[in-house]
Structure formats: C-alpha cells, structure tokens
Design a binder for this molecule. Structure first.
Ligand code: PMP
Length: 296
C-alpha cells in the first residue's frame, strides 16, 4: 500500500515510525475520516477542505498549529489527492493523521516533532446493506467525553471513549452505542451524529460534547433540519431515527434498546439522496467535490 508520509509518497513497508512515538503512548494525534466516491467524471473527494479545517482545529488544540512549523495543511491536502491518485482506487476511505512522534515521553509537547501521513484504503462496499435494514442502537452506560475535558475534535486518544462504548454495545448484541449525558440529553454515537423524525419534522440532535459532523452539516443543508438539544425521552418517542457520518452516510436506526422502529420512509429516501449528492449526481454537490485525476 502506498502512503503519503511527511510530504512524499512511499510504500507502507518502506516507512518506519518509532515505537516510542508520543502519539502511540498518549494518543497525541489528530485524524480525519474522508470519503472519495466514484463520480461520472472519475474519483472525487467529498468535502475535503471541511475535513482538513476540522483537523487543523484538532492540531491547534494539541499545540501543533498547522502551517507554522513541521506540518503544512496545504501539503496535507496535496497528500490526500496524491495518495488517492496513486492508489488507483475510485471509491476510498482517506485517513490523514498528524501525530507527535519524537522528542521524549514527557507531557510537555513543546519539544516534540509532529509527523503527518495519509492512507487511502479501499472502501468496502456493503452494498448499502446497513442502510437498507437499519442498525440496532443501545443506550450506553458510558458517558461521552465532556467537551470541558476533551474537546469534541478527532483527537486520537479521545476515541478510547468510543471504543469502550462500542465494545459494551456489541457485547450486548447491538451494533452501535448511543451516548446520553447526565441530564438525559442525547449526545451522539461512537462515530455518528443523531437525527430524528417526528410528524414529518427533521431534527438534528445538538450537544456541546458531540463532534460537529460534516455529514450532519450536509444533511441539515439538504433538508433544513432544525438543530437543537433532544432528550432521550424525546428520541424514544420519534417516528424515525437515523445516524450520520462519513462512514455511515445516512443509516436508519431500526432498533433503539427494546424498541423496534424499522426503516422509515424519510431516512430511506434521504439515504438515497445523500448517495446521489456525494457521487455528484445532484445539483447540491457542486463545490463539495474535489475531482482527482487517476494515473497522471
Ligand atoms: N461523531 C463522532 C464521534 C465521529 O467520530 C464521527 C465521524 N467522524 C461523527 C460523529 C460524524 O462526523 P462526520 O460526519 O464528519 O464524519
């Protein structure tokens, strides 16, 4: 597999990362999850600059401002395009990662050096299987990282919280976990934001501890969904629930704890519409897609 690492393409097996990498020990890195889709005019990356802007904010939070010093956001952007082109893939998952490597194992990051990579992974086509049948969601006994403890950005270490909740949910026979706060308000899932439909009205769950999802913003823009706080009681009474994310796209929730909702018509048609937008087959996609020329 080809990687983009610190400014150039390299075969993954020819690269090396220190076993004492600070990011490995403490999760001091920031990543993104970005999709490239096959469009009628070749592969294109969906909302690349929005993903990179979120990554920039995470890097800044970790004291590694991009643009000044080791890692350059424009270079990382080129890395996303170059690694996708080199991969020959037309549908891919792009994983940029910026992390602290050398400089010691102390917690003061000032002496540390950051490294940057981008990987392009083939997107395994689930043939929309989860979108079609919906997923099962379990209210998690875990709390989401509070924003005052860990800002809702894609900081590597923060994902241990998601892993613990996901593990608990899957061990209980569910596919995904739903974080609810101490006051009974819905936060998000381990890697998705939450929406509900009630009496034909769409609501995007808003919570200060939730990641500001790019798919969430896309769906709000497409549908005019209202963004506001939602209690678990309100969510339980919804006609339809669906989750959004770069990987999940628009995935209906067919079951929440003991309640079976099935797949409703709003989520089903929105999932189809989103699928057209990301592939450039809808007017709204203009400006959201970065075309990538393959094999040049
Ligand atoms: N919440 C969390 C915790 C996530 O990791 C993700 C995936 N990035 C999302 C929500 C959805 O965000 P996006 O639509 O930008 O992928």
């Amino acid at each position: 597999m080809q990687l983009w690492l610190d400014g150039r393409l390299a075969a993954a097996q020819d690269t090396s990362i220190s076993p004492l990498a600070h990011g490995l020990h403490y999760g001091t890195g920031v990543f993104e999850g970005i999709r490239a889709y096959a469009t009628d005019s070749g592969p294109a990356i969906f909302r690349l600059d929005d993903h990179l802007e979120r990554l920039r904010r995470g890097a800044e939070a970790l004291g590694m401002p991009l643009g000044s010093g080791g890692v350059d956001l424009a270079a990382l952007r080129r890395g996303c395009v170059e690694v996708l082109a080199a991969s020959g893939l037309d549908a891919a998952y792009l994983r940029p990662l910026v992390f602290y490597e050398g400089g010691g194992l102390g917690l003061d990051v000032a002496p540390l050096k950051a490294r940057a990579l981008v990987a392009a992974l083939p997107w395994k086509n689930h043939l929309g299987e989860r979108e079609a049948r919906g997923i099962s969601l379990r209210t998690s006994p875990f709390r989401r990282n509070a924003a005052a403890a860990l800002p809702p950005l894609k900081l590597c270490g923060a994902y241990v919280n998601s892993v613990l909740a996901k593990l608990e949910a899957t061990q209980a026979g569910f596919e995904e976990a739903l974080f609810v706060d101490g006051g009974g308000f819905v936060v998000e899932c381990t890697g998705e934001n939450v929406f509900l439909v009630k009496d034909g009205h769409l609501t995007a769950v808003a919570h200060p501890d939730a990641l500001p999802g790019i798919t969430r913003a896309t769906v709000i823009e497409l549908t005019g969904a209202v963004s506001r706080p939602v209690s678990l009681d309100e969510l339980r009474a919804a006609d339809e629930i669906f989750v959004t994310g770069t990987s999940a796209e628009v995935t209906p929730v067919a079951r929440l704890d003991g309640r079976v909702l099935g797949v409703g018509p709003v989520a089903r048609s929105l999932a189809e519409r989103y699928g057209r937008v990301v592939r450039g087959r809808a007017e709204q996609a203009r400006g959201w897609l970065t075309p990538v020329a393959v094999g040049v």
